[in-house]
Design a protein around this ligand. Structure first.
Ligand code: C2E
Ligand code: CA
Ligand code: CA
Ligand code: CA
Length: 281
């Protein structure tokens, strides 16, 4: 029995060792990813309601890892955040999103997105040169500031309200819009609406998932939509996966929605081709 315990411990130890090695290995490869051009910009449509047509798009990162294939953000963003590599990744995404959408607008089809939303991790709000970085990305790509939305989660915004507010004011003075991402999942949502200058409120997917057949949840989401509109905000419902959810949201007066039912994230080029093929036929 004693040996068995020892063996089990060794198996455990080996597994930990393997995990550690694979993490170190992943970290090393992720460090090279930006320079090697392994990051990919995916776009997911944000649709206007009730027509359901793409109005804007959210930029979502993917990593084409030569060893493991296409990686979803969940498998590398936490590591990137821990190590600070997220700064470089988000910066690349910001520029690429501005560049691609400006290019699309230049071609001037009726499908051109009116805005692109870019996710920023917490670390950015601590950078004194955030506004400068954003304004450089806009200047170098030629995208209008009015076409750029920066998405920050509630937990990010919560850190230091005074610093956050002044950073966000600087950005808004450029003409850029600020969105609260995953709204409703933090623990002091109303506080943000009072203290932090934002333009867009994105209702978290978890509130949309169980919407059908749950009257209480419908009242809640409906109230958040009204509240957002009363405060002059644009409200986007996230994670819409079926037509019934979309109908309910439309009836509630929600004007924007995003989710697999309306379009999955895909490379900008395929989204462009798909939408413009639809327009031509
Ligand atoms: P998020 O910002 O809340 O992005 C929405 C996520 O929900 C995306 O996952 C999207 O693919 C997924 N989604 C959209 N519609 C549906 C739906 O109808 N059903 C379901 N089940 N899921 C849906 P993704 O692309 O895996 O991104 C996950 C998270 O990773 C994002 O959540 C965001 O927090 C983070 N992320 C993605 N790209 C970036 C980036 O460039 N920078 C930073 N800092 N974070 C990023
Ligand atoms: Ca987001
Ligand atoms: Ca979200
Ligand atoms: Ca999320």
């Amino acid at each position: 029995a004693k040996d068995e315990g020892k063996n089990r411990f060794m198996i455990f130890e080996n597994r930990m060792h393997e995990q550690l090695l694979s993490r170190i290995d992943q970290e090393a490869r992720l460090r090279e990813a930006v320079g090697r051009g392994e990051l990919r910009l995916y776009l997911q449509p944000v649709a206007g309601l009730p027509d359901g047509r793409m109005h804007g798009a959210e930029a979502l990162v993917r990593w084409q890892d030569p060893q493991r294939g296409l990686q979803q953000p969940g498998s590398f963003i936490p590591l990137a955040e821990e190590t600070g590599m997220i700064i470089e990744i988000d910066r690349w995404m910001l520029r690429e999103a501005c560049r691609v959408v400006r290019q699309w607008q230049d071609l001037n089809p009726p499908t051109a997105p009116a805005f692109v939303s870019v996710n920023l991790s917490a670390a950015h709000l601590e950078l004194a040169d955030l506004t400068e970085q954003v304004s450089i990305a806009l200047a170098e790509t030629g995208l209008s500031p009015h076409c750029l939305v920066l998405e920050l989660t509630e937990t990010v915004l919560m850190r230091d309200v005074a610093v956050t507010s002044s950073r966000l004011e600087e950005l808004r003075r450029l003409g850029v819009k600020i969105a609260i991402d995953d709204f409703g999942t933090g623990y002091s949502s109303l506080g943000y609406l009072r203290d932090i200058p934002v333009d867009v409120l994105k209702i978290d997917r978890s509130f949309i998932t169980g919407l059908v057949g749950n009257g209480r949840q419908q009242e809640l989401v409906s109230a958040v939509v009204q509240l957002g509109h009363t405060l002059g905000l644009r409200v986007v419902a996230e994670g819409v996966e079926d037509g019934d959810q979309l109908t309910l949201l439309t009836v509630m007066g929600c004007k924007f929605a995003q989710g697999y039912f309306l379009g999955r994230p895909e490379p900008a080029a395929t989204l462009y081709e798909r939408l413009n093929a639809q327009v031509l036929t």
